[in-house]
Design a protein around this ligand. Structure first.
Ligand code: 5GP
Ligand code: MG
Length: 178
């Protein structure tokens, strides 16, 4: 698996540091607040699972799985594969994702949670890809920023594979030709 990478962008050591840093901020920011962390499946799961172990708060977790389709317009359609099961009304919601690219999917999830009367909604992402933005959005918690390239590992897939890599990297050209 690792040998399919042309380069490593974020090492295991760097991921550990990111997790600790972000978890510390979250712990400080959500003291005395009812925190619900919502991971976006499947990509956000590894980051979410590492994060929660380092946040010493009585938080609640849940997961959502969505797919978005966009035609010629920016008005997309969000298809729910799995909705959350907890009630987020009057709760402080923190969405956890692997990467924010166009931010279109994210925007629709935020709008939905707003309608469900969450007290606050923030976003925590392992990776930010600002070059891909179609909708302006700056997540509050960002692990690190990546350039305009397709990355895999630590939740991120290519054709559903490579999610289990312990690092984030870029695949070799030849992998796409298989
Ligand atoms: P968006 O922000 O464009 O609405 O959606 C971001 C989603 O697109 C991410 O959660 C991820 O599933 C996928 N995505 C965006 N950029 C990449 C990338 O570089 N690699 C992988 N594997 N998925 C990506
Ligand atoms: Mg995703």
């Amino acid at each position: 698996m690792l040998r399919d990478l042309a380069k490593v962008l974020v090492t295991e050591e760097e991921i550990k540091k990111i997790v600790t840093k972000v978890a510390t901020r979250i712990e400080n920011d959500y003291k005395d607040k009812e925190l619900v962390m919502i991971g976006i499946l499947k990509g956000g799961a590894p980051f979410m699972m590492d994060l929660i172990k380092q946040i010493n708060l009585p938080l609640v977790i849940d997961f959502i799985r969505v797919e978005s389709y966009f035609g010629g317009t920016t008005q997309g359609e969000l298809i729910f594969r799995k909705d959350i099961e907890v009630d987020i009304a009057n709760k402080h919601v923190l969405i956890v994702d692997d990467i924010i690219d166009s931010s279109r999917t994210l925007k629709m999830v935020i709008d939905l949670f707003k309608k469900r009367n969450a007290s606050s909604i923030e976003v925590c992402t392992l990776l930010d890809k600002p070059s891909g933005r179609k909708i302006e959005y700056t997540p509050k918690y960002i692990g690190t920023t990546v350039g305009n390239e397709f990355v895999v590992g630590y939740g991120l897939d290519y054709d559903e594979k490579y999610r289990n890599l312990p690092v984030v990297g870029v695949l070799k050209e030849e992998v796409y030709k298989k």
